[in-house]
Design a binder for this molecule. Structure first.
Ligand SMILES: Cc1cc2nc3c(=O)[nH]c(=O)nc-3n(C[C@H](O)[C@H](O)[C@H](O)COP(=O)(O)O)c2cc1C
Length: 312
């Protein structure tokens, strides 16, 4: 699958990804915060100087005639869902309860096949407990599930103290799929200008380890699909995720780095890997190296420092 990101925001790319064999696409997220900010800006512009000069208002079109709001996004969903046969998954990043629910409904009405909840939340307030953070995820999911009929997946952060339990709570609350993991931007410091730098690096294959571990642990244990997201650069990472138990594998950075055409490289690579072993279905490898299936189950949780040090 093509994961959420700029590539899937363009209809041409979506068509191309389908032609090349992508199983589905996730659109970049609709951000409630951005919609609110745009609306506030328009409101400010519309009222600027209005007290001094009544005509000032007439220089600006009425706020509702600006193309703020989710209209463009909904149009993309609508057009994409008409243009391709593969599922077009909408992604939503809300801030208020009302926003999550209201936009989720609109995404469904526009023709989205499913919704991915991009719950991008860094609990910076020290008084916020782990339980409160978990409840927030569950609460958002339940509210959206009540509002729509299409499947809803939750894109998780890796920062839960008990990932297995968190995943289970979400499935119990109705999650149809879990996406492991979201990749939060981590800021850096510019030592010359002493400014905070937003860090927007693309991922590398070394980053598959954490999602690989949790997909391996959770595979076969939850009544929801598992999607792997992070670190896919070549077909090797796709095969590893499938072996660990991913139902689907997503890629965003690699498509940005190499273009939408890279989807074919990934799919051809997986096909060659299977063919070299006389295998012809993804099901023949899915979950084969999951914790449930491997003989050494402790390998998923063991601290291997000693073993590593023995090599030095
Ligand atoms: C430039 C860029 C834009 C992204 N935009 C979104 C987004 O709108 N919504 C979202 O849920 N994830 C977004 N992501 C995160 C990706 O969907 C993905 O989860 C993450 O990059 C890890 O996958 P990757 O290693 O294949 O890039 C974005 C990532 C990048 C690099």
């Amino acid at each position: 699958m093509a994961g959420a990101g700029p590539i899937t925001g363009k209809l041409d790319n979506i068509r191309k990804l389908e032609d090349l064999g992508a199983g589905a696409v996730v659109l970049p997220s609709l951000f409630e915060e951005q919609i609110e900010q745009e609306q506030q800006l328009i409101d400010r512009l519309a009222t600027m100087g209005a007290d001094n000069c009544a005509e000032a208002l007439t220089y600006l079109p009425a706020p509702e005639s600006y193309s703020v709001g989710p209209a463009g996004y909904l149009e993309t969903i609508h057009r994409a869902s008409q243009a391709v046969d593969i599922p077009v998954v909408a992604s939503l990043n809300g801030i208020t309860d009302e926003g999550w629910v209201q936009y989720a409904r609109q995404l469904e009405e526009a023709g989205a096949s499913a919704i991915e909840l991009n719950i991008y939340f860094i609990p910076t307030a020290p008084e916020l407990t782990g339980r409160a953070v978990e409840e927030r995820y569950v609460h958002i999911l339940q509210a959206v599930k009540r509002a729509v009929k299409i499947p809803v997946a939750v894109k998780l952060s890796p920062y839960f103290s008990a990932m297995g339990h968190m995943a289970g709570q979400l499935v119990e609350a109705g999650a149809d799929g879990l996406v492991l993991f979201n990749r939060f931007y981590q800021l850096d410091i510019d030592l010359t200008g002493l400014t905070l730098l937003p860090n927007l690096d693309l991922s590398t294959p070394a980053e598959i380890r954490l999602p690989l571990l949790w997909i391996g642990v959770l595979s076969g244990r939850l009544g929801a699909s598992l999607a792997a997201s992070t670190g896919v650069e070549s077909s090797d990472e796709v095969v590893k995720y499938l072996l660990a138990g991913a139902d689907v594998v997503m890629t965003t950075s690699a498509l940005l780095r190499h273009g939408a055409g890279h989807m074919k490289v990934l799919l051809d690579g997986v096909a060659s890997w299977l063919a070299a072993r006389d295998l012809n279905t993804l099901d023949s490898i899915r979950g084969r190296m999951s914790q449930r299936k491997v003989a050494d189950k402790t390998a998923f949780a063991r601290a291997n420092y000693i073993r590593v040090l023995q090599g030095y």
